[in-house]
Design a protein around this ligand. Structure first.
Ligand SMILES: *Cc1c(COP(=O)(O)O)cnc(C)c1O
Length: 419
């Protein structure tokens, strides 16, 4: 339960001032009268503790996982406290980026010539990482992007690795060259090639695997990026791909790392990371100026990684599995309902449960079930249909007690539709 011990609904309901006050008061960090009193009483918007509902937007029980469209993940109270501290001072953002990057490299014990950059998300890390490779430190070229005159103009990617996030490669102006085999790769490499891109979750789908891809890049003397945005846990992925030799690796901050929602990480060779920063906010007249990262996100990302590294990940996986089993025990009492468990090999590598039922006994399609749960009270987000039978859920974003609510709602739904 350590995952939840400090992570209660009150933290979620936003009495940030109270949390910050509790942490800060003994250290008297704020001698100026800017210090928030121990409990900041919110009047007007936010007074109920749930500003979402005040706007008429329903909050959800999240059985789908770290989906950006649902708000990613919820922060640890200590993360909220550090982000509040961040908002109390002015600082040079560029200097802060470099210092935070060095600290992160140290925390992750990255190879000596690696550092890190906090970006506004993994998508931003992909774009700025590639932009840095294209422009180097040349100010004229940085201003010129996405006009690639005088720069390399192609990135090689396996056909099966194409995904919506390669838009952030294409936004630099480059053309993606799709290949399938090592022979295709050989034919595709030219003096226009800027980089070889790998999509970590597509490892199984492609003919060239993650370790071979980076070796081939070395062979051709080309920089190599791995988009591993959603691929923690395991926590070791944070350094595995750097150790494997990838020049740049991207991670989401706001997914399983439970960092600030609008943060991500670019890990990579020092010079490439420095060139990525030159192409990123706060620097103006750059492609990445639209990817602003605040002092709150930068400090928040350092804290989130510290908390994530300290977590007992085996105990967490057990806790997540236990929640699914609790739900399973309850719902399989309904005649015709069965469950099975699985863990995706990569990306959202956490316990999942598939829930299926005999539609002759329960007259409900998976799509209907998913829709009804989404509009029930409380509302539950749970994936259904999408080409596979039944509903699929995970439990790692559930809040304390929500497993019981999900079990009860599902049971009720199945009974209501019993033939
Ligand atoms: C989520 C995701 C991204 C984008 O990450 P953000 O942190 O939301 O910008 C990129 N690539 C993959 C594979 C992802 O799953």
């Amino acid at each position: 339960m350590r995952f939840n011990s400090n992570w209660n609904r009150r933290g979620f309901l936003g009495t940030v001032g109270m949390i910050a006050g509790a942490v800060l008061a003994p250290q008297r960090l704020f001698s100026l009268n800017r210090a928030a009193p121990v409990s900041t009483k919110v009047s007007g918007f936010g007074r109920t503790g749930n500003p979402y509902e005040e706007l008429g937007v329903t909050t959800l029980i999240n059985c789908e996982g770290t989906m950006t469209t649902l708000g990613g993940s919820l922060p640890h109270p200590q993360l909220e406290a550090v982000m509040t501290m961040a908002g109390r001072h002015f600082v040079s953002i560029s200097k802060l980026e470099v210092a935070a990057g060095n600290r992160i490299a140290e925390m992750l014990k990255l190879p000596g010539d690696y550092s890190a950059l906090v970006t506004s998300g993994a998508a931003a890390a992909i774009q700025s990482g590639l932009a840095g490779i294209l422009t180097g430190g040349d100010e004229k070229l940085i201003r010129q992007l996405p006009d690639l005159t005088g720069m390399k103009s192609e990135v090689i990617i396996q056909k099966s690795h194409r995904n919506p996030f390669d838009h952030q490669l294409r936004s630099t102006g480059i053309k993606l060259i799709e290949i399938e085999t090592v022979d295709d790769l050989h034919a595709a490499v030219s003096n226009r090639t800027a980089m070889m891109h790998f999509t970590n979750f597509a490892n199984a789908a492609g003919q060239i695997k993650v370790d071979e891809w980076v070796k081939l890049a070395r062979q051709y003397g080309l920089p190599c990026m791995n988009d591993a945005a959603a691929d923690t846990p395991p926590v070791s992925h944070l350094w595995d791909y750097a150790n494997m030799g990838y020049d740049l690796i991207t991670f989401s901050g706001g997914k399983a790392i439970r960092g600030p929602q609008c943060a991500g990480l670019l890990i990579g060779r020092k010079e490439m990371v420095a060139n990525a920063l030159l192409n990123n906010s706060p620097n103006e007249d750059t492609l990445g100026r639209s990817q602003k990262v605040g002092k709150e996100e930068i400090l928040g990302m350092v804290k989130a990684l510290e908390l994530f590294l300290a977590e007992d990940h085996d105990a967490l996986a057990k806790e997540w599995q236990a929640r699914l089993e609790l739900i399973s025990r309850q719902i399989t009492k309904v005649p015709g309902v069965s469950t099975s468990f699985f863990v995706p090999d990569i990306a959202n590598h956490v316990p999942h449960m598939r829930i299926t039922w005999d539609e002759a006994r329960i007259s409900l399609s998976a799509e209907q079930a998913s829709k009804l749960l989404r509009s029930s009270k409380p509302a539950i987000a749970i994936g259904g249909g999408e080409g596979k039978p039944g509903l699929a859920m995970n439990s790692f974003m559930l809040q304390p007690g929500e497993d019981k609510i999900v079990a009860a709602q599902l049971t009720k739904l199945f009974h209501e539709h019993a033939a």
